[in-house]
Design a protein around this ligand. Structure first.
Ligand code: ADP
Length: 374
């Protein structure tokens, strides 16, 4: 077999590439195995027909096929990647090279066309691109959340140091008065109680920070003991009473034991928070009424004040983390917005809840309910 025939045989049996010739007008004159496989036409169906058949209608209408031949004629070849149409009408992504074939006198005899189906590769590229994009997005999200964490941490540290400095200043002031003897001896016990209350406020704050961190790391473990809620309330009352400025406490205590089973220290902290808030958010003084009692299968502690109250639209913020209400009063009243968030979390973990009744300017009542122990 002559080399030329061998070569023709080789071309006709290549399956991965459509290799065929067009006459100078663009009609198909040869067809190979690969062309049949990729485009779906058999040789006798396509030979003699114009190659614009392989293009999307829009391209054919815009005479893109003719333009490509024109480029190949002028420059020797034309190459591109683009959509082409199979016999069954489906699209495929093709890599196309059109080469002008000239005889020794330079006369254009034909065009050789090699087409490869890159649909799969394009899909893979798209998949890889999407994966890379998703990975990049994950990294961007991670960086953003780290930045947010960093920002929250800084803000929190600023807030915490500011909050601790308040009671520290008071304690330092009284201490220097104790040192230079400017507090009369009969008032020392009262000052000691006030100092104790300020220290309790600082304890509360530090405890809030630690508890928030524990919650965040899922490391908040509750202890379980049975105790009478009334005594836990009484203890907190003794601590917070000296902080009252123009407040008077009214106690409506239950006359029977209110046994609960749970983390005594943490439940006491909830009561401390509610009392601390009742005092803080009634800067004009007034009554602070503490009620303990039983309601169905639950026991409860209610802390009612006659303070600034809470607008209905602000209620959803109350129990959220760092949820300080955007009120004018809060500019001058110290707080982190962590107290109620933690109180609620801990109450719920005991199977209880904290609810609030309040109206703006008319005071608030927060109620902690817990399941009664058997
Ligand atoms: P904070 O450290 O700011 O006191 P809390 O979580 O204890 O944080 O309370 C959240 C917000 O709810 C407070 O900033 C305050 O605006 C509001 N709030 C809490 N208790 C009372 C109350 N008894 N009366 C009015 N507003 C209150």
């Amino acid at each position: 077999m002559a080399l030329g025939d061998q070569f023709a045989l080789f071309v006709s049996s290549v399956v991965d590439y459509a290799i065929f010739m067009l006459d100078p007008a663009g009609n198909v004159v040869t067809w190979n195995e690969g062309a049949q496989r990729i485009k779906g036409y058999k040789a006798d169906e396509i030979i003699g027909r114009h190659f614009s058949l392989f293009y999307p209608v829009e391209d054919a209408r815009n005479r893109k096929p003719d333009w490509e031949l024109e480029v190949a004629r002028r420059e020797g070849h034309y190459a591109e990647e683009g959509w082409r149409i199979r016999k069954d009408g489906t699209r495929f992504w093709a890599s196309v090279v059109i080469t002008a074939v000239r005889d020794e006198t330079g006369r254009l005899r034909a065009f050789g066309k090699v087409t490869r189906d890159l649909t799969e590769r394009r899909k893979q590229d798209a998949r890889r691109h999407a994966e890379r994009e998703a990975e990049a997005q994950r990294l961007r999200d991670h960086a953003a959340s780290m930045a947010e964490l960093e920002r929250a941490k800084t803000e929190f540290l600023n807030l915490a140091s500011h909050e601790l400095r308040g009671p520290l200043t008071v304690i330092r002031g009284y201490n220097s008065m104790l040192e230079d003897g400017s507090i009369p001896p009969d008032q020392v016990p009262a000052v000691a109680r006030l100092l104790e209350a300020k220290l309790a406020q600082m304890d509360l704050l530090i405890e809030q920070m630690l508890e928030t961190a524990r919650l965040e790391h899922n490391r908040l473990e509750l202890s379980r003991e049975k105790f009478d809620l009334r005594w836990a309330v009484q203890e907190q009352l003794d601590i917070f009473r000296p902080l009252s400025q123009g407040h008077h406490f009214v106690i409506k205590g239950a006359h029977e034991p209110l046994l609960v089973e749970g983390d005594r220290t943490r439940i006491a902290t909830i009561v401390a928070n509610l009392m601390d808030n009742a005092l803080k958010y009634s800067p004009g003084g007034g009554e602070v009424c503490i009620t303990t009692g039983r309601l169905g299968g639950d026991v409860f502690v209610g802390v009612r004040d006659e303070g600034i109250g809470i607008a209905p639209e602000h209620k959803p913020i109350l129990f959220t983390r760092f949820g300080r209400l955007p009120t004018e009063e809060n500019v001058s009243i110290a707080g982190t917005g962590l107290g109620l968030f933690l109180c609620k979390e801990i109450a719920v973990r005991h199977g209880g809840n904290i609810t609030v009744k309040s109206s703006l300017g008319a005071g608030s009542e927060f109620t902690l309910t817990l399941p009664s122990a058997r």
